[in-house]
Ligand binder design. Structure first.
Ligand code: SF4
Length: 94
């Protein structure tokens, strides 16, 4: 499943959530953000319209870190940065 906040996209590979016992993503979202990730049928889910999610999301990235350290590395967050590719090419950091 995937959803977007204002400038980022959160992608969750739900197959990796099978057998996860911590559901650390949901706890992190509740602790560090506004709790837009909820647990539904044993997996993370979101409720509300696309507009509500974009408005409520704080882009804190806590779910991704929590899943890396205590879950099954199921979350990828895409955070596009305008001009980054040109900057890296210019400074040789590709
Ligand atoms: S912590 Fe990771 S593996 Fe566990 S439920 Fe959340 S997204 Fe899935």
């Amino acid at each position: 499943m995937e959803f977007s906040e204002r400038t980022i996209k959160i992608i969750i590979d739900e197959d990796k959530c099978e057998g996860c016992e911590t559901h650390a993503c949901v706890e992190a979202c509740s602790t560090y953000s506004r709790g837009i990730l909820v647990l539904k049928d044993g997996k993370p889910a979101v409720e509300g319209s696309e507009e509500e999610l974009a408005r409520k999301g704080t882009e804190c990235l806590a779910c991704e870190y929590a899943c890396w350290f205590r879950g099954n590395s199921a979350i990828t967050i895409e955070a596009p940065m305008e001009g980054l590719a040109a900057y890296r090419a210019k400074h040789g950091t590709d």
